[in-house]
Design a protein around this ligand. Structure first.
Ligand code: ATP
Ligand code: MG
Length: 335
């Protein structure tokens, strides 16, 4: 990392093994795992960094959005640590962690930029004008892209989490061997839709006439085509007469780990004269370093006063980055 942006220690307690038998995240298991593993995880991370709580400037923790059990355990633990050590608590929106993580990796990335946030629960295009200044230009009207990868993996019997497995299998298949739809391709607004693609994957599998690798490759190609088309619309929508032009296309969230999607977005950015920035793979999927970094960005803006009410923060299952955003037309639950 450059510019003094150093990750001193980072530990991730993955719960994938506990959820794998069920093919997806089980909320009750997730909450219990947080209770059991968080305290030793914090102790190990501090020990690894050779620091104590007294050395901290502040404590940042996710306050939402997400499965409420885990969020509550994390936030309450952070509040306890903040009170015991008399440090400010900074309550961070998980999505803001993803949105700012590219700046942790690349100190030269300046605002404003266009962010594609593609994860297990979200698929959005956001214009990022500064810390805390996010305008949502597009969202999915049904499934998130990571969810579509996970469902495809389940249909093909690849296990959980599905994204990396689908990517591996897709590399050995022929994307032209199976015809799959590209939902919303060419529609004027830059919104996303993946439910129809997922159903088409299921039908292709049930037809029994295709190799799994070909289905995976065709699915990934359809996903790439949709992401490219929608993001190109997003680039157009991000430019307005009274706003400073965006200088970069940035991708974050777990799906940003997908090499085919990264490569396609890199070419798209180049074609529009934009820089392309993506966090290193380890910072793409959920991690605590991005939450710490978002906390530092807030701290740098306003110092301790700006975050002094952190102890009053509540855990929020839903917490849009852009509260002003209208629900997407035709959207189901994931506005
Ligand atoms: N190589 C890959 N290709 C495609 N998708 C991937 C890849 N690696 C991870 N993913 C997907 O990324 C998602 C996990 O990302 P992340 O941890 O950011 O999401 P989440 O925390 O589940 O959701 P959210 O951040 O919206 O709450 C999963 O859906 C996973 O399948
Ligand atoms: Mg996430």
């Amino acid at each position: 990392m450059t510019d003094g942006r150093v990750i001193l220690a980072q530990h991730i307690a993955s719960q994938d093994d506990a959820h794998r038998p069920y093919g997806g995240v089980v909320p009750e298991i997730a909450a219990r795992a947080h209770v059991e593993r968080l305290t030793p995880l914090i102790a190990a991370t501090l020990a690894d960094a050779g620091l104590t709580l007294a050395d901290m400037d502040a404590i940042a923790a996710t306050a939402g959005p997400g499965l409420i059990g885990g969020v509550m355990v994390g936030l309450v633990s952070a509040k306890a640590l903040a009170m015991a050590s008399d440090k400010p608590l900074i309550a961070i929106n998980h999505l803001e962690g993803h949105a700012l993580s590219p700046r942790l990796a690349d100190a030269t990335l300046a605002f404003p930029y266009l962010l594609l946030l593609a994860s297990g629960g979200h698929c959005q295009l956001l214009r990022v004008d500064g810390v805390g200044r996010y305008r949502r230009l597009a969202t999915t009207i049904d499934d998130a892209l990571g969810e579509a990868f996970d469902k495809t993996a389940k249909i093909l019997g690849l296990g959980y989490p599905g994204g990396p497995a689908v990517e591996r299998l897709a590399a050995t298949g022929d994307p032209k061997a199976v015809k799959l739809p590209r939902p919303l391709l060419g529609s004027p607004e830059p919104h996303f839709s993946f439910a129809g693609l997922k159903s088409a994957v299921l039908r292709a599998k049930q037809a029994g006439a295709h190799a799994d690798a070909d289905i995976a490759a065709a699915f990934q190609q359809a996903a790439v085509d949709c992401v490219l088309d929608r993001t190109a619309r997003g680039i157009a929508a991000a430019h307005g007469p009274d706003q400073p032009p965006i200088t970069a296309l940035v991708v974050a969230g777990g799906v940003a780990a997908n090499r085919a999607i990264r490569a396609a977005l890199e070419s798209l950015a180049a074609a529009h004269g934009l820089r392309f920035v993506a966090p290193p793979l380890a910072l793409c999927t959920d991690n605590a370093a991005m939450i710490a970094w978002a906390g530092l960005e807030h701290l740098a803006l306003g110092g301790r006063e700006a975050v002094a009410d952190g102890l009053d923060a509540v855990a929020r299952p839903r917490w849009p980055l852009d509260p002003e955003a209208e629900p997407a037309r035709g959207a189901g639950v994931k506005a």
